[in-house]
Design a protein around this ligand. Sequence first.
Ligand code: M6R
Length: 607
Amino acid sequence: MCGIIGYIGTKEALPILIKGLRRLEYRGYDSAGVAVQDKGVLQRVRAVGKIDNLAEKVKDHDIGGTVGIAHTRWATHGGVTEENAHPHVDCSGDLALVHNGIIENYRELKEKYLAKHIFQSQTDTEILAHLIEENYQGDLRSAVQSALALVQGTYGLVAMHRKEPNKIVAARLGSPLVIGVGDHEYFIASDTSPMLAYTQKVIFLDDGELAEISKEGFEIFTLRDQKISKPTEEITWNEAEAQTNGFPHFMLKEIFDQPTVIKDALRGRLILEDGSAKLGGLNMTVEEIQSIKRVILIACGTASYAALVGKNAFERLAGIPTTVEIASEFRYSDPIIDRHTLVFGISQSGETADTLAAIREAKRKGAYVRGIVNVIGSTIARETDGGTYIHAGPELAVASTKAYTNMIAVLLMYALEFGRSNRLAIATGERLVRALQEIPEKMKIVLEQSDTIKKMAEKFKKYDDFFFLGRGVNYPVALEGSLKLKEISYIHSEAYPGGEMKHGPIALLSKDFPVFALLTKNSLYDKMRSNIEEIKARGAPIILIATEGDAQALALTDNVIYVPTTMELLEPLINTIPLQLFAYHMAVLLGKDVDRPRNLAKSVTVE
Ligand code: M6R
């Protein structure tokens, strides 16, 4: 959702801020703005729509200066207008600030200060500017601390003041902020992506912390002004990984990244001779592992479909009853959790508000809580007592692809480790390890069919509705394929287990309602085949994902995409890729904004 970048150093701030905003575009936004100060003048420019609009508009202003802040806004309170875009300023125009999060008591506060201050927007954020103004007596840090004591809600806040030109103040509660340490320059941002071109040395602020940054250095305080020291961390992601590398879209690049990044997820974690896996971050003894009677996988969206694959694996390999909980439901339920329960919070961004709230609830109730996360240093990674990075690298397209397959890889390894600590035979473990090692090459075979899949999309682009069907391990694949299609091409689609069609959905079938079905050679092949026969009998067009060499698939339809065979539990790692490619090509053919689909944000930090 909203994104923040601030800069203080020796270079011209404006180009760094505009470039930083472009790096934040992936989060989803509808307006953007920048404020820079120089020689006692603070200038602000804002624009609705793409960063290009802002970049054009700043050309009309002579903006110099080496200190500035910028923001991409995803509207929550107040429409998509220039007035509502950040940075917001106080009545004097001396103070400028950008804010991520929601100020819940802004209405009461606004009411209180309405007569005394000039409000120019409908946002919840603007009250912060006026509260800081109320408390400002020449020290921005102290004014921010006093103002924040009055608000309820969440914030990642970055402010600067014309009267203190060598200073940026940032504060965090519930919305991430990270300081980047460069060479005589400092960055402050909502995530590391806008600073990767300049530095990989970072300090993550935690909730309740405030940073005062100048050209000479920075200090960190609590909101009650206790000074604290924090270690600098080195992040492994770099700028090159955050480029499209010649692909027309991030999404396609990320789909093609999968054979490489799955190796990163597996590297050093598989132990062939034990037929097992070892995930260092689990932080549990063998006795603790053996004491686990129940696993709960908490996630949203695509991550929840990866979790469904994980459920299968935990139950089949480790024999541990496992449930998948949608985070937004779980957080308001009354879950039965005890000290024999292990909860995994699964999230690409590590910032999803619902997932975060759900794992906090699980922690309160005494479960072991671990994270399966992509973004290094993200809140879920920091708030769990251990866990595993999936090492998918920066995922910048809104539609998740490589994070999904890497989440599955990590879940499979956890299930293997738990299985081998419980009942799983070494021979089965060995087979699984070998099969996992073969996955990257098999992924490449599927990717080679991208052009064939594009032709398939061309043939089917006229349809308005799709079903995606799968059974067993392929049901989560169907769910994910359906989500991908609707997210980026805006085509209506629904996913069902194959056997469920006859209980209602089959009524929708007609020659205008194509069915995408997963018919790979696994234990449910014959059952799934019968389901597809039922569909064929009703005249619906069919596209099949089938196992290489399965000639029978062609008896059901001409539209067959063949995939390499693998162990049944691992099939989602392979079978999902053609569905990702189908959704991608369909969206491109329909002229949609593939990387930044309407209404969606990459990091869903509001409830
Ligand atoms: O960052 P997270 O993995 O926690 O995000 C969860 C969902 O918001 C996310 O998977 C969403 O469904 C994607 N847009 C799917 O492509």
